[in-house]
Design a binder for this molecule. Structure first.
Ligand SMILES: Nc1ncnc2c1ncn2[C@@H]1O[C@H](COP(=O)(O)OP(=O)(O)O)[C@@H](O)[C@H]1O
Ligand SMILES: [Mg+2]
Length: 242
């Protein structure tokens, strides 16, 4: 993306407020949230259900806007980006992973991973090569032709992670990616996210020229927190650092 500011701070959030509804029925989901995420870290965002995690991740990823406050991704103030710039930021710089995987049921694992590359109209040969690398990166090289319904939950989430990485994002945003998985599978998925963040530059072939990835991962699973470089906690719409 042209004009990108090179910065060691991947995400900067300052004084963000977000409410849903009005008057007495209003829910103040975020009440002046501020924090920074340095490039190349795996940061966990913990907090019980309803504490504002999803609201915050959607705002950081440019899927939603704050009522008040400022959000910067790679030094770019999201409020100052035009519609198409924001679209490109979401498509090219940010990868999203959701609790419910969000795969397209009628497409194979490989086709699901290739979707973001098709949207970018990547050269078909480049696309196939990259899809293959990504599937092997997440340990699913032998499952390329299977549809989501033919894969376990943990495998589906790994396909979703491969898809989120397809455009080689700088920032990976994952909203309770292990929420639908059993403890052991959830741990393996978190280990994979950690490996992606920590092994940067050591990947084979075209994936190696990527640059460091930062991940912001919401979870309310306490056993996953020790895999993070840093833990932020949301409590009633306010953030504290562990
Ligand atoms: N679209 C919405 N409309 C109304 N209230 C919402 C909406 N989304 C979230 N909320 C409320 O905002 C608060 C924070 O929700 P959320 O960000 O989903 O928290 P978490 O992801 O930590 O469970 C909750 O009280 C929730 O009910
Ligand atoms: Mg949530």
């Amino acid at each position: 993306m042209s004009g990108r500011v090179v910065t060691e701070t991947m995400v900067r959030v300052e004084g963000v407020h977000k409410s849903y509804g009005v008057g007495a029925a209003a829910v103040h989901a975020l009440r002046g949230v501020s924090f920074e995420v340095p490039r190349g870290e795996l940061v966990a965002l913990k907090g019980r259900s309803g504490s504002g995690k999803t609201t915050l991740l959607n705002i950081v990823g440019g899927l939603d806007t704050p009522d008040q406050g400022r959000v910067e991704v790679e030094g770019r103030d999201l409020a100052r980006l035009g519609e198409s710039e924001l679209l490109r930021l979401r498509r090219d710089r940010v990868g999203f992973v959701f609790q419910s995987f969000g795969l397209i049921p009628i497409l194979s694992a490989a086709e699901n991973v290739g979707v973001p590359l098709r949207l970018r109209r990547a050269d078909p040969r480049e696309r196939e090569e990259r899809v293959e690398l990504l599937l092997s990166l997440v340990g699913l090289a032998g499952h390329a032709a299977q549809r989501p319904g033919e894969l376990s939950g943990g495998q589906q989430q790994r396909v979703a992670i491969a898809r989120a990485l397809a455009n080689r994002p700088a920032l990976l945003i994952a909203d309770e990616p292990t929420g639908q998985l059993d403890a052991e599978t959830g741990h393996a998925v978190m280990e994979l996210l950690r490996a992606v963040v920590h092994s940067w530059g050591h990947l084979p072939g075209p994936l190696g020229h990527w640059g460091r990835v930062t991940a912001l991962v919401a979870t309310h699973d306490a056993t996953l927190l020790d895999l993070a470089d840093r833990v932020l906690e949301l409590r009633d719409g306010e953030i504290t650092e562990d």
